[in-house]
Design a protein around this ligand. Structure first.
Ligand code: I3S
Length: 123
C-alpha cells in the first residue's frame, strides 16, 4: 500500500476545508488547538494540508496523515463546545476532533469516512 510518504497514492474521494484538532497523540494527551485545514480523504487515509493549492514550488507539505486502517469514528458532544464535532481514533491511539459549521457538511464527511473505514480498498 502507498503510504503518505510518496508511494502509490490512492485517488482522492473527498476534499474540503474542515476544522481539526488533535487531542491525543499515540495515547498522549495534547493541548487542544483548533485549526482550519484542507482535508483530503482517500480510501485508506485522511491527510490535512495547510492550504488547498500547491505552492509554486511543486510539493505540498502535509500537516498530518491519519491512517484509517483500524480507526474508529463517532460523534461527540462532550469533547468540545463546538457543534457538529466527530472524533476519529486511530489504531495507534491518536485522537482527532473534526468539525464543520454546516451540519450537512459534517454529516457527509462522517458518513464518507465511516464507509472508508468499513470497506477499505482491498489491494
Ligand atoms: O476542551 P477545552 O480545554 O475546553 O478546549 C478549549 C481550549 O482548548 C481553548 O483553548 P485555551 O485552553 O487556550 O483557552 C480553545 O480556545 C477552545 O476552543 C477549546 O474548546 P472548544 O469547546 O472550542 O473545543
Amino acid at each position: 500500500r502507498g503510504g503518505g510518504g510518496g508511494g502509490v497514492r490512492e485517488p482522492v474521494i473527498k476534499a474540503q476545508q474542515l476544522a481539526v484538532t488533535k487531542i491525543c497523540e499515540r495515547g498522549k494527551k495534547q493541548k487542544k488547538n483548533w485549526t482550519t485545514v484542507w482535508s483530503e480523504l482517500t480510501s485508506d487515509q485522511l491527510t490535512f494540508y495547510k492550504q488547498q493549492q500547491q505552492t509554486a514550488s511543486n510539493q505540498r507539505c502535509a500537516l498530518d496523515v491519519l491512517s484509517l486502517w483500524g480507526a474508529a469514528i463517532e460523534w461527540t458532544t462532550e469533547k468540545s463546545s463546538r457543534k457538529n464535532v466527530f472524533q476519529i481514533t486511530t489504531q495507534t491511539g491518536s485522537e482527532f476532533l473534526l468539525q464543520a459549521d454546516s451540519s450537512s457538511t459534517a454529516a457527509n464527511w462522517y458518513d464518507t469516512i465511516r464507509r472508508s473505514i468499513q470497506s477499505p480498498r482491498s489491494s
